[in-house]
Write a protein that binds this ligand. Structure first.
Ligand SMILES: *[C@@H]1O[C@H](CO)[C@@H](O)[C@H](O)[C@H]1NC(C)=O
Ligand SMILES: *[C@@H]1O[C@H](CO)[C@@H](O)[C@H](O)[C@H]1NC(C)=O
Ligand SMILES: *[C@@H]1O[C@H](CO)[C@@H](O)[C@H](O)[C@H]1NC(C)=O
Length: 487
């Protein structure tokens, strides 16, 4: 369901959640493969592209005609997607989007035309903008009809970036702040740094702050205590910039003498997550396998998502760790546990004003099977596209961080436990031990603590400082887990 993912990423349309979705590029998906153009029709079948019709495009008769477009002003054929001449410098010659089959000059994908200077610039970078600003798609001119046709030229303008807390950087594509030197939205092997104009940039290099994360063998960068480049199951990328494992780490799994990333499936069986339980009074806590949030343990050793079929017989779903119940919901209806009844999707059901019954879109049907759990979602569609359900979406965002074991939301940024996060040098985020559940809020659930091996000292003003170990631990341990100061 790629389109749905597209929608969720765009977060523009609440209608995605009830299964209808418009994609700007849905009209035309072109893949260049061994220099031939393949055009997918709306049914997914490969069909000749419309501009290969000789009647409409005189260039189609030439050798390689599928790749040639007729440019009427010069009465000549040009290669498709050629940047520059006959188009303006930054534009490419594009297949017709209009009915009269004339080729058009358009900004290449990922770029948009500046309303200031008419040139195409890469979206979500500094582009032609001032420091602290980024080049953003102009969304206020987008109407439902341009969504459907993909017709209008994409426009961009400079927009002020978000002011992110210290130790984090603004990432324009999703309008979020991410902790520096974490992978965040970056491709594998790169980490977030501050780029041109104070905008987040994915990067890897063996100098400056990134050097601490640089993996020599591969020319790539990884967060510490993640799987990173490590090939061997049960090893993590350590501050020594090598792959390894050590029993002193919270990431250590005693049963198999291996280490796993916190908040991942790790060594666990289906439906579990490897995480450190909160409120442990263990001074040297170790992660273990627990059911993911919203999942319950079943007698077969796996955890299953509530209100999916899980281990139940056909036509049933799971309501607690011992019971399957016949699925009483008819087609297009979803279950509300509190009411113990089903409501039609899109109806108001038990929801408040401006909300309707929608799928629980945190469930992943490919992993868990279909969830019959109904939730209340905003009715943005009814009130117009610009009417976003901002407040509830913000809540969902932070909830989805907080409710993910091993992740914690601090000032709107999602951090992983046992990473440096917003903490000082030599420190990492640990769950606070022994707090009653009433005392727990997301920000006091965790604290900055010295990493194992570091010596704790508190200054007069109460600031925690952590000193790299010099004595007390065998040298080989230090080297192994990387607490040896860089020489
Ligand atoms: C074809 O469409 C383009 C752009 O919409 C327009 O500029 C041009 O005049 C049209 N040509 C004809 C022959 O209708
Ligand atoms: C953030 O950094 C700025 C500049 O380095 C500094 O002046 C400010 O005190 C810092 N704020 C916090 C909360 O650490
Ligand atoms: C599960 O639900 C059934 C039916 O409502 C109930 O009888 C049973 O006690 C529940 N089991 C647990 C462990 O909650």
């Amino acid at each position: 369901m790629r389109l749905n993912r597209y929608c969720v990423m765009q977060k523009d349309l609440a209608i995605c959640r009830i299964g209808t979705c418009f994609s700007l590029r849905a009209m035309i998906i072109v893949v260049i493969q061994s220099s031939a153009l393949i055009y997918f029709g709306s049914d997914g079948a490969i069909v000749p592209p419309p501009w290969s019709n000789i009647d409409k495009n005189p260039c189609a008769a030439l050798p390689g005609g599928w790749q040639m477009l007729y440019w009427a002003p010069l009465k000549k054929c040009f290669k498709i997607f050629q940047v520059g001449y006959p188009c303006p410098d930054t534009m490419e010659l594009s297949p017709p989007s209009n009915n009269n089959h004339t080729a058009e000059c358009r900004c290449p994908p990922g770029t948009a035309q500046s309303v200031l200077n008419d040139e195409c610039h890469t979206l979500f970078t500094k582009g032609p903008c001032s420091d602290g600003e980024y080049f953003s798609p102009v969304t206020d001119v987008r109407t439902l009809s341009t969504w459907k046709t993909g017709g209008a030229q994409k426009l961009g303008k400079c927009k002020l970036g978000r002011n992110c807390p210290n130790g984090s950087v603004f990432w324009p594509p999703d309008d979020k702040c991410y902790a520096l030197y974490t992978r965040g939205p970056c491709p594998k092997g790169k980490l977030l740094t501050v780029g041109a104009g104070q905008i987040g940039e994915c990067k890897c290099e063996n100098r400056g702050a990134l050097a601490a994360y640089f993996y020599n063998e591969e020319d790539s960068c990884y967060e510490h205590f993640t799987k990173g480049p490590c090939q061997k199951f049960g090893e993590l990328f350590l501050p020594s910039r090598k792959c390894g494992c050590h029993p002193k780490l919270p990431h250590y799994y005693e049963k198999t003498n291996q280490c796993f990333e916190i908040g991942t499936p790790g060594p666990c069986s289906k439906g579990h997550i490897f995480t450190v339980s909160e409120n442990t009074d263990d001074q040297n806590p170790h992660a273990s396998c627990v059911c993911k949030t919203g999942y319950i343990p079943w007698s077969d050793g796996s955890c299953y998502r509530l209100y999916t079929r899980g281990p139940c017989a056909e036509g049933q779903f799971l309501i607690n760790s011992t019971t399957c119940t016949p699925n009483i919901c008819g087609k297009g209806r979803l279950y509300f546990p509190e009411q113990n009844t089903c409501y039609k999707i899109g109806s108001q059901g038990p929801c408040s004003l401006y909300e309707v019954v929608v799928f629980d879109f945190t469930s992943r049907p490919s992993v868990d099977g279909i969830s019959y759990n109904g939730v209340c979602g905003c009715t943005a569609l009814i009130k117009g596209l610009e009417q976003t359900c901002t407040s509830t979406q913000e809540e969902e965002k932070s909830d989805s961080c907080d409710s993910t074991p091993g992740m914690i939301n601090i000032n709107g940024i999602c951090y992983k436990l046992y990473t440096q996060g917003p903490c000082g040098s030599g420190q990492w985020l640990e769950p606070v031990k022994q707090l009653s559940s009433e005392e727990l809020t997301s920000s006091n659930k965790v604290q900055c603590k010295c990493r194992p091996g570091y010596t704790t000292s508190e200054t007069k003003s109460g600031t925690l400082r952590c000193f790299a170990p010099t004595v007390g631990l065998a040298r080989w341990i230090l080297q192994l887990i990387g607490y040896e100061e860089a020489t």
